[in-house]
Design a protein around this ligand. Structure first.
Ligand SMILES: [Zn+2]
Length: 441
C-alpha cells in the first residue's frame, strides 16, 4: 500500500505531459483497482473523484500508427507526437544500446504509439523495423525509456524451381516462367556471371534449377532467403553450385566436389611469372603529345611458355595488330574482358567464339608486335576501361580445407536429396535442419 501511494504521488507530480506510465499495464491496473476498492469502502462520494482513473483502467488502448515516409527520422516522428528533446534523446540512446537499432526505412517501417485511453499520454511505442525486427519502448519512471527487441520467429522453408530456356527466350524470362522470384534470378546471375555470358551463351533447351529459402512468419511468407543450390546446363557443360556455411559463419558457393565455385580472374595468368613492367594509367603528355600509359602488366615468359586463360569466358578476338602482335581477347561476363598480347602462336582450337575454361591454354608467349623481347602483356578491361590487373577488385576464390570439405559433402548430400524429394512432390513443406539463421542482407 505504501508503494502504491508513492506511485500515485509520483504520477501526480509528473502530470500528464512528462513521463507517461509507471510499471507495466497489469501492475498499474491492479494498483489503481486496489485503490478504487479502498475508496469505495471509505466513502461513496470519493469514488466520483477517482472516476477518470477508473475509466482509464477499463477502457481499451488507443493506437496511433505512423508509417515511415521518405525523409523521416526518429526525432522528426517522435517530435510530431509531442515528445520533448530530452525524451527523444533518451529514446534514441536506449534504442541503440538495448535494441541494436540502426536506421529507419521509408515504406517499410512503422511506429505504433499506444495510449491507455483516448486522452492519456503515450505509454508505449512499438517500432516495426523491417520484417524481422520489432522494438517495444516502454515509458518507465521519469526519463527512462526501456527498449526491448522482440524476436520474430523466422520459419525458413526451401523452395525448388526448375525450368528450361524457351525458344528465342532469355534466361530471365524463362526463369520467370519457371516461377523463380526476381530477386533469386538476380542472385543466380551474380553466381553464374563468371561461368557464362547470359547474352551470348543462352540456347533453347538448356535446363536449370534453383533451390532457395523462403522465410515465413506465422505461416505467412515474408521474403526470400539465400540461393542454396543452382544448376545450369551451360555451353561448356553443367554448372552446379551449392551454398555452404563454415563453422565460423562465413558462407560461400562450391561445386559438387567442394571447390570454390565463384570463379574469378587470375591476376597473374602464368603462375609465378615475374612482373617486368607495371600498369600505369598515365595520361597524354601535354607537351610531348604522346601517351605514357601502360594499359596492362608485362610478365617475364620465355618464348613458347603456355598462356592460360585468366578466367572462363568466350574468345571475342584472335588476331594480329602492329602493337599487340598475335593477341587473344576473352569476354568473361558482362563486366570483364582480358587480353593477351605478343604471342608466338595461338593454341589449337582457340578461335573467335570458342568457350574457354579458366586455366585452359589459349596460346604461347613470344615477342610479336611492338615488343623488345619475349613476354606476356596482359590487360584487364572492366566495363570497357583498362584497369590494373594487380589491384582491381575481383571476387575471391575460396577453397575448402579437408575438414570443411567433409562437412560440405554431407551438406551437399542433404541438398541433393531435398531437391529430389521436392522434384517428386513440389507441394510439401521442407525445412533443412541445422541451417544457419543469419539474416540475408
Ligand atoms: Zn605491356
Amino acid at each position: 500500500m505504501e508503494k502504491a501511494k508513492l506511485i500515485i504521488k509520483k504520477m501526480a507530480a509528473r502530470g500528464l505531459t512528462s513521463c507517461k506510465k509507471v510499471g507495466n499495464v497489469h501492475t498499474l491496473s491492479r494498483v489503481i483497482l486496489g485503490i478504487a476498492i479502498v475508496m469505495v469502502l471509505i466513502a461513496v462520494g470519493v469514488v466520483c473523484f477517482y472516476k477518470p482513473a477508473r475509466e482509464a483502467v477499463f477502457s481499451s488502448e488507443v493506437h496511433t500508427v505512423v508509417d515511415v515516409k521518405s525523409g523521416d527520422t526518429l526525432s522528426k516522428i517522435l517530435g510530431e507526437q509531442g515528445f520533448s528533446i530530452q525524451d527523444i534523446n533518451a529514446i534514441s540512446k536506449n534504442l541503440k544500446k538495448d535494441a541494436d537499432f540502426v536506421t529507419l526505412r521509408a515504406g517499410r517501417d512503422k511506429f505504433d504509439f499506444v495510449r491507455e485511453s483516448e486522452n492519456a499520454p503515450i505509454s508505449k511505442i512499438v517500432i516495426e523495423n523491417g520484417p524481422w525486427n520489432k522494438i517495444e519502448i516502454d515509458c518507465g519512471t521519469p526519463d527512462t525509456w526501456q527498449c526491448q527487441k522482440i524476436e520474430i520467429a523466422r520459419d525458413t522453408r526451401v523452395a525448388y524451381k526448375q525450368g528450361e530456356i524457351a525458344n528465342g527466350s532469355s534466361f530471365y524470362l524463362s526463369a520467370m516462367d519457371a516461377g523463380i522470384p526476381e530477386g533469386i534470378i538476380l542472385d543466380v546471375y551474380d553466381l553464374l556471371a563468371f561461368e557464362m555470358d547470359f547474352e551470348r551463351d543462352i540456347r533453347a533447351g538448356q535446363k536449370f534449377y534453383v533451390l532457395y529459402e523462403e522465410n515465413f512468419a506465422s505461416d505467412k511468407k515474408v521474403d526470400n532467403g539465400h540461393v542454396l543450390a543452382v544448376s545450369f546446363d551451360a555451353l561448356r557443360g553443367n554448372v552446379q553450385m551449392y551454398r555452404y556455411v563454415k563453422p565460423d559463419g562465413k558462407s560461400g558457393y562450391y561445386d559438387a566436389n567442394g571447390n570454390g565455385a565463384i570463379k574469378s580472374l587470375k591476376r597473374t595468368p602464368i603462375n609465378n611469372a615475374k612482373i617486368t613492367s607495371k600498369f600505369s594509367g598515365g595520361r597524354k603528355h601535354p607537351v610531348l603529345g604522346f601517351t605514357r600509359a601502360h594499359k596492362g602488366v608485362d610478365f617475364r615468359a620465355p618464348t613458347g611458355t603456355p598462356i592460360p586463360a585468366a578466367g572462363s569466358g568466350r574468345v571475342i578476338a584472335r588476331s594480329f595488330n602492329r602493337g599487340h602482335g598475335n593477341f587473344v581477347k576473352i569476354r568473361h561476363n558482362g563486366t570483364f574482358e582480358t587480353l593477351y598480347a605478343h604471342m608466338s602462336k595461338f593454341a589449337k582450337g582457340v578461335n573467335v567464339g570458342t568457350v574457354v575454361r579458366q586455366g585452359q591454354i589459349i596460346g604461347y608467349s613470344g615477342s610479336t608486335g611492338l615488343s623488345t623481347g619475349p613476354h606476356l602483356h596482359y590487360e584487364v578491361i572492366k566495363n570497357g576501361v583498362h584497369v590494373n590487373p594487380m589491384t582491381v577488385k575481383l571476387p575471391a576464390i575460396d577453397n575448402l580445407d579437408a575438414t570443411n570439405k567433409k562437412m560440405f559433402m554431407e551438406r551437399k548430400a542433404l541438398i541433393d536429396s531435398t531437391i529430389k524429394s521436392l522434384a517428386d512432390n513440389p507441394n510439401q513443406v521442407v525445412r533443412l535442419d541445422g541451417d544457419e539463421k543469419i539474416q540475408k542482407k
